[in-house]
Design a protein around this ligand. Structure first.
Ligand code: AMP
Ligand code: ZN
Ligand code: FE
Ligand code: FE
Length: 292
C-alpha cells in the first residue's frame, strides 16, 4: 500500500485542481492520498468526488501555519471537523493575515522598481483561499520579472530579501488543542527543513507530544539523511507516528513529485486509530477517511 499524506492544490498554492491532483495520485500508483492545502478545507468536496471516481482512498487534512517561539512551524491537521467554530476562527485569522500582507509586499517591491498590482496577483490566485507568496511569485513570472517561483523566493520573497513581509501565524500549542477538540490529529510538517536551527527541538517536541501531538513528518525532501534519522529516533522515543510525504504542489515546487516519500501502512493505521479516538473524544461529526 502506497501512502502520500501531504499535498496541495489550487485551493492554496498548488497548481492542480483537487480533481487533477487525485487523478495524478491514482496514476502515480498511490493507494492513499492526504490532501493538505494551507489553512483551508476548500478543496475537500471536489477531492472526495474525484477520489471516489478514481478508486483511491482520501484522508482529508490541512497544513496550518503556526508559530512557536517566534519561528514558523507548519502543522498538518488530519480529519478535523472543519466547521468547529474555534478552528474556523483560527484559520480565518491566518488566511486574513496572508491576504492583508499582499499590498505591503507590493509596496516593498516598488521600492526596488518592480511594479506589480493587486489585480496581477488576484489573477493568478484564482479561487485560492488566500493569496500567498507563491501567488505573488507566479504574478512575477507572468510579468517576466523572474523565471520561476524558486527565483522569486530566492531574489525577492524570502526573509532578508526586499519583498519580504511577515504575516500572522497561529500559536502552535493552541492550534494542536483546537484541532484535537475538532476531532482531528496533528503532525509537525518538515520539522527540521530549510533552517539551521532545529525548531521544535527534541525537548519542545516532547512537550508537544504531552499536549496531544500525534506525529512527526520525517521523510520529506527538506530533510537530509541525518535529520531523518534523528527525527525518527525522537518519534520512536516518544511513541509518535512517523509519516513520509511528497509535499506535492503540482508544478509549483520542483523536486516534490507525488510519492517521492511515502508513509508506512502501519504508521497510517496508527494515525487513523488516533484520529478515531480524537473524533470520539471530541463528540463531533469529524470526517473519516474515505475508501479505507
Ligand atoms: P506564505 O505562507 O504566503 O508566506 O507562503 C509560504 C509558502 O510558500 C510555503 O508554505 C511554501 O509552500 C511556499 N514556498 C516557499 N518557498 C518556496 C519556493 N522556493 N518555491 C515555491 N514555493 C515555495
Ligand atoms: Zn505551499
Ligand atoms: Fe509546509
Ligand atoms: Fe506543504
Amino acid at each position: 500500500m502506497r501512502v502520500d499524506l501531504h499535498t496541495h492544490t489550487r485551493a492554496s498554492d498548488g497548481t492542480q485542481s483537487p480533481e487533477e491532483l487525485v487523478e495524478a495520485a491514482a496514476a502515480a500508483g498511490l493507494d492513499v492520498l492526504g490532501l493538505t492545502d494551507h489553512d483551508t478545507a476548500d478543496g475537500w468536496a471536489e477531492a472526495e468526488r474525484a477520489a471516489d471516481a478514481a478508486g483511491i482512498a482520501l484522508v482529508r487534512g490541512m497544513e496550518i501555519s503556526t508559530r512557536l517561539d517566534g519561528r514558523g512551524v507548519h502543522l498538518l491537521a488530519y480529519l478535523p471537523d472543519p466547521t468547529y467554530p474555534p478552528l474556523v476562527a483560527l484559520l480565518d485569522k491566518v488566511l486574513e493575515g496572508r491576504n492583508d500582507r499582499v499590498p505591503a509586499v507590493l509596496e516593498r517591491l516598488r521600492t526596488v522598481g518592480i511594479d506589480l498590482t493587486e489585480e496581477d496577483v488576484a489573477r493568478v490566485s484564482g479561487d485560492a483561499a488566500a493569496s500567498g507568496r507563491p501567488h505573488i511569485a507566479d504574478a512575477l513570472v507572468v510579468r517576466g520579472v523572474v523565471r520561476d517561483r524558486d527565483e522569486a523566493f530566492a531574489r525577492l520573497l524570502n526573509p532578508g530579501m526586499p519583498g519580504y513581509v511577515d504575516r500572522y501565524a497561529a500559536p502552535l500549542r493552541e492550534t494542536i488543542e483546537v484541532v484535537t477538540a475538532a476531532g482531528g490529529v496533528t503532525v509537525v510538517a518538515h520539522a527540521w527543513g530549510r533552517r539551521t536551527a532545529r525548531i521544535p527541538d527534541a525537548a519542545a517536541i516532547a512537550e508537544l507530544a504531552e499536549l496531544g501531538l500525534a506525529g512527526l513528518e520525517v521523510d520529506h525532501q527538506d530533510h537530509d539523511e541525518r535529520a531523518r534519522a534523528e527525527l525518527r529516533g525522537i518519534a520512536r522515543d516518544l511513541g509518535l507516528v512517523v509519516t513520509g510525504s511528497s509535499d506535492h504542489h503540482g508544478t509549483g515546487k520542483v523536486g516534490h513529485d507525488l510519492a517521492c516519500n511515502t508513509t508506512a501502512p502501519e504508521e497510517l493505521e496508527r494515525l487513523l486509530a488516533l484520529a478515531a479516538d480524537a473524533r470520539r473524544a471530541a463528540g463531533r461529526d469529524a470526517p473519516e477517511p474515505l475508501g479505507l
